[in-house]
Design a protein around this ligand. Structure first.
Ligand SMILES: [Ca+2]
Ligand SMILES: [Ca+2]
Length: 330
């Protein structure tokens, strides 16, 4: 897996020509920023919410205590997920409404392992999907986890960029044409490319996004930042950065390719997908998306734990001293 720096350069170089000005049919000035923007997620976690009312000791917060506190271009802080034992759950989720295919070129996240009982374990990205949008059937949860992607670096105490959209995903449930019953939860070759899911189920939709840790991640203390989706990149920060979130601030340079010119809202408050908009799926937070093959592939019942933006339970940021901004080139 390529490093973030290389990835960012590739993406920026491949699609940096954004329009400046309005109403013009032609770009007036190329500017060095993709037009899919950055959405800053502050310690209240909105538009995400913690998935579990009873996380069994798992904690979710935003802090700047990792070293470095954020990945390149990730500002000054990150999402922090801690699961002291195997029962702990540290996960946040938000509703989505998009075609799965849109995630192939865009889904990515940065992660950091600060401590772990099992050195292979990192937080995962999960997509709650509905491959049969016209009926009540079709629900499953797809999981991207570095351990199932051989090219992913898992060095501790360093930030890694995982280009999840191009990688292999597991499904908690059988999906006709791509995941049979024996392949649930990563078993028996049940790690598939998103393109394989789309080929088997062209109508497949994403109804929820989950950043998940646990259960089954004892002693895992990890960071996540710069979670990229088809519409924005979520940058977890302690405070909203000052200044415009447009070209000119190296801390805020987005890392995803352009798709919606002028759609840089700059924060989650007015994002059309913010909050727990109702959807027909079961954005339960991916309780059942993290099972390892040796767990037998069984699947717990669904709890209908729809994300609640006002759900408490997240930790307040630590009181550690704020470190200087990690702006590349500063
Ligand atoms: Ca359905
Ligand atoms: Ca950040």
């Amino acid at each position: 897996m390529v490093a973030l720096a290389a990835t960012g350069a590739l993406i920026v170089g491949g699609g940096a020509a954004a329009m400046v000005g309005t109403g013009s049919a032609e770009p007036l000035l190329p500017v060095p920023a993709p037009v899919v923007g950055t959405t800053h997620v502050l310690p209240d976690l909105a538009p995400f919410a913690q998935t579990d009312d009873d996380p069994k000791g798992g904690t979710v917060g935003v802090d700047d205590d990792l070293t470095p506190p954020a990945p390149p271009l990730g500002g000054d802080a990150a999402l922090r997920l801690e699961t002291p034992d195997g029962d702990g759950k540290a996960a946040i989720a938000k509703a989505e409404d998009s075609a799965l295919g849109e995630w192939i070129a865009t889904a990515a996240y940065s992660a950091y392992q600060n401590a772990a009982d099992n050195a292979d374990q990192f937080p995962s990205m999960q997509l709650v999907i509905d491959y049969d949008p016209d009926s009540s059937a079709g629900f499953s949860t797809l999981t991207y986890e570095p351990i199932y992607n051989a090219g992913d670096s898992r060095t501790p105490n360093a930030w890694h960029r995982y280009e999840a959209g191009m990688g292999r995903w597991c499904s908690t449930r059988a999906i006709p044409g791509v995941i049979d019953e024996s392949q649930r939860s990563c078993s028996n070759g049940g790690t598939k490319l998103l393109s394989e899911f789309v080929a088997a189920q062209p109508g497949i939709r994403v109804t929820g996004l989950v950043i998940n840790q646990g259960r089954g991640n004892p002693g895992l203390d990890a960071g996540v930042d710069l979670v990229s989706t088809p519409t924005t990149t979520y940058d977890f920060e302690l405070t909203k950065p000052a200044g415009p979130e447009m070209p000119g601030n190296p801390c805020e340079e987005p890392t995803t390719p352009p798709a919606h010119p002028g759609d840089d809202h700059g924060n989650g408050d007015d994002h059309p997908q913010g909050g727990d908009n109702g959807n027909s799926g079961h954005p339960e937070g991916g309780d059942n998306g993290h099972e390892k093959p040796d767990n037998g592939g069984h699947e717990p019942s669904h709890g209908d734990e729809h994300p609640q933006p006002d759900n408490g339970g997240h930790e307040q940021p630590g009181d550690g001293g704020h470190e200087p901004p990690h702006c590349p080139g500063s």
